[in-house]
Write a protein that binds this ligand. Structure first.
Ligand SMILES: Nc1ncnc2c1ncn2[C@@H]1O[C@H](COP(=O)(O)OP(=O)(O)OP(=O)(O)O)[C@@H](O)[C@H]1O
Length: 316
């Protein structure tokens, strides 16, 4: 549905996008995560046809998004991270105004607008002034506005930012609902756990490059493979330590809270072999597993790793 190849964008000398690649399949709810300044908004604006790229390709289905912006507009609904709403309009007037931009007028417009307001839980606010809405309601109104032309691909830039926990949950439910209706959704955030539970896949962007992409579980598995292996034995701890010292894949050994924690260079197969050898030595193993990271530490790990390998510098 969406394909981005080698996308580059500079602001003056500053490299905001540095050869970004991304593919999203139809119907996916894709979480686009990265720290502040990573290049999320820049990418989303280019995909939505609001900003020019220096080079690279963007395709939405078979539409060349960089060269055919007219065709692109029909396919895409864009919700910016910062939006102005017309405070002196009522909610229904605001919606009808946007419908009219797409040539939808009269009864058809009214029906469409009420349907969309229902979708974002704003039906009972139709006659309220936009000015008096809470931030969460304004955010949902903006989402409804981006849906008036029934776009296939939704690009939502931090739709949950600045919302209280209840409003965030409400927004998430609406997005899940839109996803189950078959929309393809690209949603950005700088908070990984916030996206993890609802997104089918996640991509982490840092310094204008995609650094990791996959399902949350795939990303966790990859990252966890560099975490310590923790072995808890019921007795014979000294024997286990001696056996571990003989294993060339064991890098370091420490005792933590009654468990043996080791740096282990092997993958799953080597882990299984190590476990087998311990059992063959008649050691009573209580547990044997990689330490699991949480999403927050995972995000820090990935972005810190990128920092150390030297990403694009802000040359301004
Ligand atoms: N118009 C501009 N002129 C100069 N620099 C810009 C401009 N727009 C963005 N930048 C810079 O480009 C980098 C990427 O910005 P972008 O807004 O795409 O990041 P982001 O990942 O969306 O960040 P945030 O989470 O803070 O919204 C940042 O360092 C930003 O300061």
């Amino acid at each position: 549905m969406l394909e981005i190849h080698n996308l580059y964008k500079r602001y003056g000398k500053f490299k905001a996008l540095d050869g970004l690649n991304l593919e999203i399949s139809k119907g996916e709810l894709f979480g686009f995560v990265g720290p502040n300044g990573a290049g999320k908004t820049t990418t989303m604006k280019i995909v939505s046809g609001l900003l020019s790229a220096d080079s690279g390709e963007v395709f939405v289905d078979d539409i060349d998004a960089i060269r055919d912006r007219q065709a692109l507009k029909k396919k895409i609904g864009y919700m910016p991270d910062f939006f102005g709403v017309y405070d002196n309009l009522k909610v229904i007037e605001y919606m009808e105004f946007y419908a009219s931009i797409y040539g939808i007028e009269g009864k058809e417009a009214k029906k469409l607008c009420y349907d969309l307001m229902e979708l974002v839980n704003l039906s009972d606010k139709a006659e309220n002034y936009v000015d008096g809405l809470s931030r969460g309601m304004k955010q949902r109104l903006c989402l409804a506005r981006s849906l008036v032309h029934n776009p296939e691909l939704l690009i939502l830039d931090e739709p949950a930012s600045g919302l209280d926990p209840r409003a965030r949950v409400e927004m998430k439910e609406i997005l899940k609902n839109l996803s189950s209706m078959g929309k393809t959704i690209l949603i950005s955030s700088h908070i990984l756990p916030e996206l993890a539970e609802m997104c089918s896949s996640i991509g982490i962007i840092e310094h204008g490059k995609m650094v990791v992409k996959g399902t949350v579980q795939e990303i966790m598995n990859t990252m966890n493979s560099s975490n310590p292996l923790v072995i808890k034995v019921l007795d014979e701890q000294d024997l286990v330590i001696r056996l571990l010292k003989e294993n060339p894949l064991v890098e370091n050994i420490s005792i933590k809270e009654g468990s043996i924690s080791i740096g282990f260079r092997g993958g799953q197969r080597e882990e299984a072999m190590l476990l087998q050898s311990l059992i063959a030595s008649k050691v009573s193993i209580h547990s044997f597993s990689r330490e699991e990271g949480n999403l927050e530490s995972l995000f820090m790990q990935i972005t810190e790793r990128e920092d150390m390998s030297g990403g694009a510098e802000n040359e301004n």
